[in-house]
Design a protein around this ligand. Structure first.
Ligand code: SF4
Length: 411
């Protein structure tokens, strides 16, 4: 193989990394070098966030160490049987790229993932060397997110947690059966054990010893995981059920949903169907409702008969449309729980409503100023000077929100 330039490697390995869903350096502890003792900071002014057209955050240098891989996961473009251009960065190349990009303020940190080369331990060991060099030799204080290899030795994952802000371990697919079918080299029990270890180490890092000593911080921005959706036949109820269990078992910061999007190549064992990114978007919305809006899983997933989210309208609106008996909610008297269920009301809007109505009666005009999306909310609330009348129960209410049906192209 011809020797590749750094630019060629970067082109291949940054493109390969776009299938890894990851975003947001929020949640980490403050680390700053403006006192002149190091390089970079993980928060503060001058950090910009950019998003790719598909909505993913690209403010980190997001690369694979290599897209060579000895595994053959059917849904992955980098599987050993895939016919793609390959490249591999050396440890120093990743370190230098990160430092150079950081100095130019192109990035706020590094997101590093990798295919498995030689063995899980050898791969993880190189990733840890990169993080170690950045932290200890370059005094790099920016954000580091490492995708860890679950089969790697626990001590390597432990060291990764001492160096990185966030660790993630991919659960891969919504069910163990799907993992067995499409990623046979991966072991769901091993993945769960690695996630449990990270949780335990993180909790142990919070405990102060009898002598008052604080242990070294461990993955201060927590752990996350990624689930590929659309590669197997799991419906949204199964996907969200799995993520609900993961959040509670491993105290995850985030479950990322990644729509399966194969690049057509002859070696794929999966049908070349690209499920809509809209599904991914709806899953994030539902995930948000489960975590911050007190919705229960079955409430969201029982709206449709097949356990899939309604793709035409967002999950909260879908729920409200089939539970119109709960509406309209009086914004001057309704409980917090019911206000949170009003389509178009976010948590901040509800908090503002609860605070303001202690002092005065809220009128319709107030709600827009409080951040409510009244185009959605107006059919589901009453307020001073406003009643939706027959609108709430009208037969064509859904049609007001759902996109009009489109004539499919015949050619
Ligand atoms: S181990 Fe990772 S990089 Fe390798 S084929 Fe599986 S998903 Fe792709």
């Amino acid at each position: 193989m011809a020797v590749q330039t750094l630019e060629q490697k970067l082109a291949i390995l940054s493109d390969a990394a776009k299938y890894d869903a990851s975003c947001a350096s929020s949640g980490s502890t403050r680390r700053d070098s403006r006192d002149g003792t190091g390089l970079g900071s993980n928060e503060g002014s001058g950090i910009c966030h950019a998003y790719a057209p598909d909505g993913r955050c690209i403010s980190l240098l997001k690369i694979l160490m290599t897209n060579f891989c000895i595994y053959d996961c059917s849904y992955c473009i980098n599987r050993v049987s895939s016919n793609v251009a390959r490249a591999r960065f050396g440890v120093d190349e990743v370190v230098n790229l990160t430092v150079e990009f950081y100095r130019r303020n192109y990035i706020e940190g590094l997101f590093l993932s990798s295919g498995v080369i030689r063995s899980p331990d050898a791969t993880m060991s190189d990733m840890v060397r990169i993080a170690r060099k950045l932290r200890h030799e370059e005094n790099f204080r920016g954000y580091i997110h490492l995708k860890t290899i679950p089969d790697a030795a626990p001590e390597l994952i432990a060291e990764a947690g001492l160096l990185a802000d966030r660790l993630s371990i991919n659960v891969e697919l919504p069910t163990d059966a799907a993992v067995a079918q499409y990623a046979p080299e991966k072991k769901p029990a091993q993945i769960r054990k690695a996630m449990a270890d990270v949780r335990l180490r993180k909790e142990a890092a919070r405990e102060i010893s009898f002598g008052g000593k604080r242990p070294p911080r461990f993955a201060p921005a927590g752990q996350s995981t990624q689930m590929i959706i659309g590669a197997d036949g799991s419906n949204d109820a199964t996907v969200l059920g799995q993520s609900t269990r993961l959040y509670s078992s491993y105290k995850l910061k985030r479950v990322y949903y990644s729509a399966f999007s194969p690049i057509p190549d002859s070696s794929s064992r999966l049908p070349l169907v690209r499920p809509p990114l809209q599904r991914e978007h709806r899953l994030y919305q539902a995930d948000w409702l489960l975590r911050f809006y007190d919705f229960q899983l079955d409430e969201i997933t029982s709206v449709t008969a097949d356990g899939n989210l309604d793709l035409e309208v967002d999950p909260k609106l879908a729920w409200a449309l089939v539970h119109r008996g709960f509406f309209p909610v009086d914004v001057n008297r309704g409980s917090r729980e019911m206000l949170l269920r009003v389509p178009g009301f976010g948590v901040k809007t509800v908090n503002r409503i609860l605070t303001t109505r202690r002092h005065r009666t809220l009128r319709y005009e107030d709600l827009g100023r409080m951040g409510a999306a009244m185009k959605k909310a107006r059919s589901f609330v009453t307020a001073g000077g406003w009643s939706p009348g027959a609108l709430t129960d009208s037969a064509n209410l859904r049609a007001r929100f759902a996109p009009p049906p489109q004539q499919l192209s015949l050619f």
